[in-house]
Ligand binder design. Structure first.
Ligand code: AMP
Length: 189
């Protein structure tokens, strides 16, 4: 099963991606997690992206595409969380999947308002103290989502693969809606 999950930070993307991955026994590939691990391990990649993550900016497309190519070519299925975040990333992903003859089964969009996303991110900042959950970084990330990632959403909406789900509900309710949608598109586990 090859699934993309899109939505602003604070939409519950990570939580839902983990749950889809567990239910369908498919790897959860989260670019934010990969980058944070590189930062905490102090690798060359980590040192390069650390200041970018702290500001809530986006890591350059080229670097992200190389990173994801390595991961995806190894996997038969995946729940991709955090990528693509820009149109050039989406184009690179489409080309990669075309090349290996493995199209996406579905693209899930978790919809939440900026108010809900901001409130959730502030709560997470208190609970987990993520450096990129500072008020400035939160504002920056939501701005970049609207500017650069929403065109990606529109791309998948136009080609009919997008399933939009109301993310402003309790976690199990959102999960149930996603599972119904996946069953409908006949996603194979
Ligand atoms: P996330 O955990 O998905 O919110 O990602 C945390 C941070 O990692 C983002 O704010 C970006 O700085 C960086 N990042 C993750 N995925 C990408 C991507 N596909 N393109 C550019 N930057 C990314």
């Amino acid at each position: 099963m090859r699934i993309l999950i899109l939505g602003p930070q604070g939409s519950g993307k990570g939580t839902q991606a983990k749950s889809i991955a567990a239910l369908h026994d498919t790897p959860h590939v989260a670019t934010g997690d990969i980058l944070r691990t590189a930062v905490s391990e102090g690798t060359a990649l980590g040192r390069r992206v650390h200041p970018i993550l702290e500001r809530g900016d986006l890591v350059p497309d080229e670097l992200m595409v190389d990173l994801i190519r390595e991961r995806l070519l190894d996997e038969d299925g995946f729940v991709l969380d955090g990528f693509p975040r820009t149109v050039p990333q989406a184009e690179a992903l489409d080309a990669m999947l075309d090349e290996i003859g493995k199209p996406l089964d579905a693209v899930i969009l978790l919809m939440v308002s900026d108010e809900v996303a901001t409130a959730r991110l502030r709560a997470r900042a208190l609970a987990e103290g993520r450096a990129d959950d500072s008020p400035e970084a939160i504002r920056n990330r939501l701005r970049l989502y609207h500017e650069l990632t929403e065109p990606v959403v529109e791309r998948y909406r136009a080609d009919g693969t997008l399933v939009a789900v109301d993310g402003d509900r309790a976690i199990p309710e959102v999960s149930a809606t996603i599972e119904e949608a996946l069953a409908q598109v006949g996603a194979r586990s």
